[in-house]
Design a protein around this ligand. Sequence first.
Ligand code: 2AM
Length: 490
Amino acid sequence: MAGPHDVGIIGLAVMGGNLTRNFARHGLTVAGYNRTYTRTAALLAAEHDRAHPGRGCITGVRRLEDLVAALRRPRRILVMVKAGAAVDDVLARLTPLLSSGDIVIDGGNSSFHDTDRRVVTAGASGVTFVGMGVSGGAAGALYGPSLMPGGPKHAYRSLARLFTRTAAMADSGPCITYCGRGSAGHFVKMIHNGIEYADMQIIAEAQDLLRNGLGLPASAISDVFAEWNAGELASYLMAITADIVRAPDDLGENGLLLDQIDDVTGRTGSGRMVPQAALELGIAVPTITAAVDARLLASLPELRQRLARRFAPAPRPMPQRRAAVRAIGEAVLAAKICAYAQGFQLLAEAADVLDYGTDLAEVARIWKAGCIIRSEFLDEVRTALARAPGPDHLLQDAAFGRTIRRCLGGWRRTVQRATAQGIALPAISASLAYFDTVRRAHLPTNVVQAQRDLFGAHGYQRRDRHGRFSSSWSVASTTRRRPKGGDRHG
Ligand code: 2AM
């Protein structure tokens, strides 16, 4: 085996394998281990066949002991195995082999709660455990992902020296930053995934409206998405959807591939962790929750088919002109702003309450390239978050405020039209309800407060005076019930 390697990687499936190749191509020497050696062998063989600068930088090992022995100290080991029990399995076998000062990085989609726990268990043996979000899918891992490490600052300094060159490069710098203490890296990745869910769902809803609301053919929808992608809605997800909607069926004679793709999504995606964390921290993220719910509802095909027969007909297209398409674009943009406002508000709360100390503007910066939600839009988010004193909510930013005001009419018309046609827009309309709630100085929850005081003497605050009040409500109307089948005239 060649001299001490710069970094070890455990788990050589798609993400781990591509990160290994990425490291090697940037001149880092990597020792790779996979539970099943055939995967390691396949990676080595594939690399051997290619001529590139990283050739020869990867060593495959059969045992964790060999991996540990192959690394320069302090050791830096990136774990890229399936989130959940596999990470604990690996840590249980790996940690006893390590020395104080070694750093283990979990680059999977682990829950931040698991990361908090592992920081403590690994720390007990002097090993520094770092939770790091990695985004960008297979291509990102190979050509430059967005990297979101958290944990102790000293560990970050040690990692940054290695990882910075492998991260995606945006016009604003490499897509890696210190995300904050403890489990901050995985929390930031979780927020990324929640926003990604919302972004994807909003675009899917726009497609539904263009197709089933306005009756546009696939090629025209693709053109609309391509046009949006050339303007303020430009994003990786918009660009790929422009291609997706016009792709021909690769197994059929004619027709669209999209028409053959089943609508049932998995129930296990990592975006589901966002509503859970949001409830724990007491922050409302209705657009992200709507996107998660949309996938849960999609996973009930039998129920949907039965109810579709019972409550037919399906929506009938109402052909409209350019104005309707423009309104849908405005709805997409406004809904997107609300989703980001929610995600960043949740992150701000975690940065404070969980003591992450995350720099939110930096997070927006490292999502600018490499990751799935990459877009020009993130520049505006970063500018808004970096403005001093930063707005604690994106909707307070003057520039976003102007955009929302400009989009508001089209947003409302879009939701109105879709509602009239019976086309659900879970994320776009959840955003509108969110906006119409947070922009109101007085909400109908005063009724809720009154109800609580009446039935439970919970007390309430008044608008016009300080202090807490409770009233002796007249309960006549609630207690005097007409007896069942009793005397109607009595
Ligand atoms: P495998 O190739 O041996 O299945 C994604 O599933 C990656 O996680 C794969 O590299 C897989 O290894 C690895 N993995 C899953 N469970 C694991 C475990 N309990 N211990 C080690 N690696 C595991």
